[in-house]
Design a protein around this ligand. Structure first.
Ligand code: SAH
Length: 367
């Protein structure tokens, strides 16, 4: 449980910690010492930080705390995927998913409780929106998962990649997300390469330019359609930031570094966006953006209005892209037996948008 008058150190990146230490009369270089204890040794008890002087430990105990979200439920899929429901002090719950693969371990984390955007094919959207997550709640998911994985006997799985593809739109919680990503990449914390930290956005164009100014992370963009008409229907924020503006922002983003490519996510919806013509149009749209495409088989959820494209259709769509020279992968659906697949994360959202209620009313389930 967090205490209101104490500073939760998980809310501060290295610069923030240095400033904070100066403010309580401690040497700024203590920041990196503290970070190693917190993130590399998973220690949340100041007493255990044995290379710090007693007076410093006491100073820290009276001013600060280290509090990450608590796990309230764990579900393990038959394919090795683990989904945690993490409890927040205000009663909300968020979901975090670990996906082990042969050569990597990917942690999919949430950036908001629920989501304000209303993408038609996403289960989180139906939950409505409660609030942004704090930096501590974002990096705290990595901290908690890392600690949990270390507790599993004979487990060699480690977090090598982090993707902000859980609940929420990360670019609408900009500052907290940036601080958390800084910690993921800081050598005194998790030290992940910027290629292994991926932010996924539905296309909040001004914030893509902002991101380019302050961070160097991999960018994934949820495209999902090749005409504005269909994209606005599927991803309503497209009405505000249409496809040309989005692609222009993507082009600018990749100008920063020599090897950067944008990953375009494209959910495969049966008979909606999966024709040969759609594939050809996608090739044309992406011809001026260094890119790769990730086709995501649609994962259904209760009352979802779509079906997933047939495997043969997905393969034909992929072949058109590949033959045109677009690097294309098809995402393996992982953890679907525990509703941990893309777009199935629901958490426990104390909805302030009343969206859940409106959906139930439309279905005649609430009067
Ligand atoms: N708001 C961000 C990140 C969260 S969604 C974004 O839009 O990118 C992460 C990815 O899962 C997105 O590409 C999203 O479009 C996709 N997704 C959402 N619902 C899905 C579903 N039911 N089946 C498959 N993919 C889905």
């Amino acid at each position: 449980m967090s205490t209101p008058d104490k500073t939760n150190l998980l809310n501060l990146d290295q610069q923030g910690l240095k400033d904070f230490f100066a403010s309580i009369g401690e040497k700024p270089f203590r920041a990196t010492q503290l970070m190693k204890w917190i993130y590399q040794f998973s220690v949340d008890d100041f007493e255990q930080m044995t290379n710090l002087a007693r007076s410093l430990r006491e100073n820290l105990m009276s001013h600060c705390e280290i509090v990450a979200p608590e796990i309230s439920e764990t579900q393990a899929s038959s394919d090795g995927t683990i989904k945690w429901l993490m409890r927040l002090p205000d009663g909300n719950g968020i979901e975090t998913v670990f996906i082990p693969e042969d050569d990597r371990g990917t942690l999919c984390i949430s950036s908001q409780v629920g989501c304000i955007l209303n993408c038609k094919f996403c289960s989180t959207a139906q939950q409505g929106f409660s609030r942004n997550l704090s930096t501590a709640e974002i990096i705290g998911q990595v901290w908690r998962a890392n600690k949990e994985l270390a507790c599993i006997p004979r487990n060699e799985r480690r977090i090598t990649n982090v993707v902000l593809m859980g609940m929420g739109e990360p670019l609408l919680n900009f500052d907290n997300v940036i601080r958390a990503m800084n910690l993921m990449m800081d050598d005194n914390a998790y030290g992940l390469s910027h290629r292994r930290v991926t932010l996924s956005t539905s296309g909040v164009v001004p914030e893509i330019y902002h991101l380019k100014e302050v961070a160097n992370v991999s960018l994934a963009v949820s495209l999902h359609a090749v005409t504005d008409k269909l994209r606005t229907e599927l991803v309503p924020i497209n009405k505000k930031y249409p496809i040309v503006e989005l692609l222009q922002a993507c082009r600018e983003y990749v100008k920063g570094g020599p090897r950067r490519k944008i990953t375009f996510e494209y959910v495969m919806l049966d008979g909606v966006n999966d024709s040969d013509e759609d594939a050809r149009r996608l090739v044309r749209l992406l011809s001026h953006v260094p890119s790769k495409v990730n086709l995501i088989p649609f994962n259904p959820f209760p009352n979802s209005p779509y079906l997933c494209s047939k495997a043969k259709r997905i393969a034909a769509f992929r072949d058109i892209l590949m033959q045109a020279g677009v690097v294309t992968t098809t995402r393996k659906t992982r953890g679907d037996d525990i509703d941990a697949a893309c777009g199935q994360l629901a958490g426990e959202v104390q909805d302030r948008t009343r969206r859940q209620q409106r959906i139930l009313q439309m279905d005649g389930k609430l009067q």
